[in-house]
Design a protein around this ligand. Structure first.
Ligand code: ZN
Length: 620
């Protein structure tokens, strides 16, 4: 946004005519970079601590209350600017007295600036507000949309720029705050946040929270439901709806081991507690790394711990993302690429190299498909993006995740694992609780890895050019070789030897299904389905990739169409449902996809809706 540059130029001009000493101090104070997805001007005045006091009203579907901030006025500013989107701002106070405020022009993705008049010495501002029916972060679920079907449920999703839709805030990833919160909910329900959490329900429905470590605003999170807690170890545990507590506890029983292995790699876990809450199936992501309390989709519950790499992923974010945070959404690969790499290392430590290589090869395959999909817009395949005129969600593609992963995997190959681990550990510890731009990272990489060990590396090609450079580390997997041979033999002979697949992991199944030849026939798919009952798989990932192939190759056996429709109505995980809607579009069956979407859409969170609306060209 250009208006920010204008302000900075104006500030610079004022200081040019002021004394040189002041200028030097001012330049030093410019701690924050220009960030196009927030109206905040943190170099002027910045929030440092939030005290949130809210009521959660399920009858009206409204959150209302106050957001009070401790602020620091960096530049004798006369106003502080927050971000707000589709909120009703009732009143604002500065140090306990009413003060002037105004809302700026509404922008479809950014919302509005909330300009609040302050004095040079104002220490605290308080915003009285409530949410509206357009509040995108929050999904209000009726009892029918939960597992137990007796009580309503609510959860929030803040990343990338949705926290401003439920709390007026300076919603930029380079700003960090601590927070306290008081949350009142119906007394049958428990509230949990990305903070120190209750382990049992309170008597009156009032809960108090404290987050002592500084977090970026996109990690503000709240869930409210009829849930219970069960510890896995003294610092890990799970929350879930009552009927799911034991199943979830069993599925995630290795959480403590994951934390131990992660700490061995890159240093102490900085957030004290690591819990996971399993939400109703409309949760739009596999997991969200809200600090101290990862939010997760129930589609991870496979019954055999085979999909827990997502938990390793969210845990890894406790270092990459939550501890060292991308300064802007253009630098999102610093959050996600590092996390996929770290996730892969945790999985290797727990389950061995074979499992890690399979996950790595799947990532590589996802990456190649994404690069192919962007062949008409190759700038989307740069690691460092320019999302200044776009919604930051546009950067949530396989590029940030899997090209970022391949970049680090390739560097590891060149530097050697030992050197690379020392480098990464120092990187995380040296930048704890701070933010990182791509440029700052490259400088750090040059000084602390490449020059130190006399290595040359095509960093710029990886970061600023499209596609995947030719020196990308080659991941090999014997297991996947076997899978490919099995598939080839089935397709050639139309015969299945079921014993071959006896010990296959989910990763092998996914690889098998996703690599069907383009000319596979419905008859061949029937042979496979009759042997392995894929249409009725209770493993959601296996089922999803199978349904994708069924849609593309017109397979109709075993009532698969009904299963696909049920799946799309029940599950709201964006990756899964958008893959299936894309398959409808790819197969020239957009109308079929739309017919299901019309029934399913009301069950989806706004981030899933936005993506699928675009895939299917849906308009309300
Ligand atoms: Zn992630």
């Amino acid at each position: 946004m250009n208006f920010k540059n204008t302000v900075l130029v104006a500030i610079a001009a004022i200081f040019m005519i002021s004394c040189a000493e002041t200028k030097k101090e001012e330049m030093k104070a410019l701690k924050y970079v220009d960030e196009p997805h927030s109206y905040a001007q943190p170099n002027e005045a910045v929030i440092t601590h939030l005290n949130l006091d809210i009521d959660v009203n399920f009858d009206k579907e409204v959150i209302s209350g106050t957001a009070s901030y401790d602020i620091t006025n960096n530049n004798e500013a006369t106003e502080i600017i927050l971000d707000a989107k589709n909120l009703v701002i009732e009143n604002v106070q500065a140090d306990g007295k009413d003060t002037k405020f105004s809302l700026g022009t509404y922008n479809e993705s950014l919302g509005q600036s909330l300009n609040i008049t302050i004095a040079k010495d104002t220490k605290k501002i308080t915003v009285f507000y409530q949410t509206t029916d357009k509040t995108e972060a929050v999904q209000w679920l009726n009892p029918q949309q939960t597992q137990d079907k007796t009580q309503p449920f609510l959860f929030t999703q803040g990343q990338a720029i949705l926290t401003r839709t439920w709390i007026p805030i300076q919603d930029s990833p380079q700003i960090r705050i601590t927070y306290d919160a008081t949350v009142r909910v119906p007394k049958e329900l428990m509230a949990v946040m990305s903070a120190e959490n209750p382990k049992v329900k309170s008597e009156n429905g009032e809960y108090h929270f404290k987050m002592a470590q500084k977090i970026p605003p996109y990690l503000m999170a709240l869930a409210v439901g009829d849930i219970a807690y069960k510890a896995v170890s003294n610092r890990t545990g799970i929350y879930a709806e009552n009927s799911m507590v034991d199943v979830v506890h069993e599925e995630f029983s290795e959480m403590e081991k994951m934390v131990v292995e992660a700490e061995k790699l890159y240093g102490k876990y900085a957030w004290d507690q690591f819990d996971v809450i399993v939400l109703p199936p409309s949760f739009p992501f596999g997991g969200m790394e809200n600090p101290r309390l990862t939010f997760a989709t129930p589609t991870l519950i496979a019954g055999d711990k085979s999909l827990t790499s997502v938990i390793a992923h969210e845990l890894a974010h406790s270092w990459s993302g939550n501890l060292v945070t991308n300064a802007t959404w253009d630098d999102f690969w610093l959050n996600e690429g590092f996390t996929v790499y770290f996730e892969n290392r945790i999985m290797e430590a727990l389950y061995g190299k074979e499992r890690a290589d399979m996950l790595g090869l799947i990532a590589r395959q996802d990456l190649d498909e994404e690069v192919e999909g962007f062949k008409d817009a190759p700038e989307n395949t740069h690691l460092k993006l320019d999302l200044s005129k776009r919604n930051p969600d546009d950067g949530m593609t396989s590029i940030a995740y899997d090209k970022g992963f391949m970049f680090l995997k390739t560097l590891e190959g060149i530097a050697g694992r030992e050197n690379f681990d020392v480098f990464l550990k120092n990187y995380f510890q040296g930048h704890a609780f701070s933010t990182m731009t791509t440029e700052k990272f490259i400088k750090y990489l040059n000084e602390n890895l490449l020059e130190k060990h006399n290595l040359s590396f095509n960093t710029d090609e990886w970061v600023y050019n499209p596609g995947v450079p030719s020196n990308a580390f080659e991941i090999k997997s014997d297991k996947f070789e076997n899978v490919s041979n099995t598939l080839k033999s089935i397709v050639e002979t139309n015969k299945v030897d079921a014993s071959v697949v006896k010990d296959w992991t989910t990763q092998e199944w996914v690889y098998f299904i996703r690599n069907f030849p383009e000319d596979i026939t419905p008859a061949q798919m029937a042979i496979i389905d009759n042997a392995f009952d894929l249409t009725n798989s209770t493993n959601s990932h296996k089922a999803m990739v199978w349904y994708e192939q069924a849609i593309i190759h017109n397979y109709k056996g075993n009532n698969v169409d009904t299963k696909i429709e049920e799946f799309l109505i029940r599950v709201g995980r964006r990756w899964y449902v958008s893959t299936l809607y894309k398959a409808f579009a790819k197969a020239g069956k957009t109308d079929e996809g739309l017919a299901i979407y019309k029934k399913a859409r009301a069950n989806y969170h706004s981030v899933t809706m936005n993506t699928v609306d675009e895939t299917l060209g849906y308009k309300e």
